[in-house]
Write a protein that binds this ligand. Sequence first.
Ligand code: GDP
Ligand code: MG
Length: 598
Amino acid sequence: MQTKNIRNFSIIAHIDHGKSTIADRLIEYTGTLSKRQMEAQVLDTMDLERERGITIKAQTVRLDYQGKDGQMYQLNLIDTPGHVDFTYEVSRSLAACEGALLVVDAAQGVEAQTLANVYMALEHDLEILPVINKIDLPSADPEKVKTEIEDIIGLDTSDAVLASAKAGIGIEAILDQVVAKVPSPAGDRDKPLSALIFDSYFDAYKGVIALIRVMDGSIKPGMRLKMMATHKVFEVTDVGCFRPAPVNVGELSAGEVGFVAGSLKNVKDVRVGDTVTYADNPVAKALPGYRGINPMVYCGLYPVDSSDYDNLKDALDKLQLNDAALLFEPETSMALGFGYRCGFLGLLHMDVVQERLEREYNLKLITTAPSVIYHVYKTNGDLLKIDNPANLPPLTEIDHIEEPFVKATIIVPNDYVGAVMEISQDKRGEFKNMDYLDVNRVLIKYHIPLSEIIYDYFDRLKSSTRGYASLDYELTDYQTSKLVKLDILLNGEPVDALSTIVHVDRATQRGRQLAEKLKAIIPQQMFEIPIQAAIGNKVIARETVRAMRKDVLAKCYGGDITRKRKLLEKQKEGKKRMKSVGNVEIPQEAFMAILKID
Ligand code: GDP
Ligand code: MG
């Protein structure tokens, strides 16, 4: 297809503003799938995902659309992962586009991730087309939202599409604006190949599939290509596009978006952000912006049943096939035995991996509390990068410790400014500035330790602002903080997997709260269990789990059978995820207790 008839665009939005629903309507309206097929398609995808344990990303889709000028256009809709964990992937997807639909909920207005996404789209010089969605809602106020977009973002909204993805309003207008306003891609099909990888996945039959945007040149089956960052050379077996199921085409040329498959078996060879070129006639320079993967959050994963250790390794290997951002290496804990230390892009990524390991691979796991990477400067001049609190050297060997900080952007209604400040201060945040977005909403910026963000910051923000706060953050720097390791001893024995790194000013309080919390979580056993919190050799808190009375059922006085059954079930439930540490049975919740303290 001639580049003048190609349009490459993304949809950007704050979560729940209707990105996916609009994408569905565009697919439907252009006849790419019928309504009935759409439902079938969604189900198929989920089945496949379950069967093969892979994520099929069909959201990048090619639409054929006849414009008002009577010409046929190839519209490539490139999906972006919405979550803050995947910011880099979003940025690569945007680098593959010339335009973006900015979807804003007509009842909610501009939110933190609306802004974050817009800034990213502006960095890539994209043409941004505002779409005000959900105008069917009784609480919709499109005029107010337009004003917000103009005032806060500085975009002209005189042509903004007023849409309801739910009611199917404004869909044709969106397509017409994409054709009229998004620039056609530049690029020359006769130049040597350069194509940007913006996503990848593993297919059991075809191996690794790279999603690409061809900048210059063209790709056909049989060609020998090279990845510029990983140096991997491969022969192309398939090229194609998504409709939204993968469909082979004869060629992908300059300006087009699609997939390429070849002799690629490992997602690590196919890195998002890398450039694909000819193996024999490569371009001199890779496309800009390539970055390696840096996990930000680490935790330990241990099988409840130690005989599952090999199964856990297999499962992690399989997940990694499709997730180059997942890192893991063997780790041994005195308390938990053999397991893996895993690195993730963020908390959502961590949750997704844990859930898949448990659901798809039937593993029962003990997960330790997530940790950031600390830079520990030792008195002998060494720098250690520590992602497991248990590995912190003794106090006497530490000169100082640095921890990662983020710039957090919070948007809330005026009434909640006090609440946001209180929580942020409590989380060691440093107030940066505050801007009024309009008469009743404010944007607040804080410089805040990442470790505090991963400890329930967002949950607390949400709950104390009745769900109105929206949050976005990005890593900015490492700074020195006065940090110490808080140890927990059960029965006089330190439990390494319960150690955490805390700020010295909060250490005593955290130690007390954690000991109390553990007392509530650890079930009574036949003997008394002392719980101690300690910093170095100094015990700062002590609690005791009393010994169990002989018979749990004794208090039921024989009569009530359902109550008895409930008690027994509760006991069984509790048994599910226990790990014996020494002779103490510790449930999963104990390892996460530190996250639940406020
Ligand atoms: P995303 O997170 O931006 O992808 O948002 P979704 O497309 O998943 O939509 C979030 C929720 O808003 C879903 O429950 C949709 O059904 C609903 N929704 C999307 N578009 C509209 C709309 O135009 N009107 C109304 N009333 N609801 C909508
Ligand atoms: Mg969605």
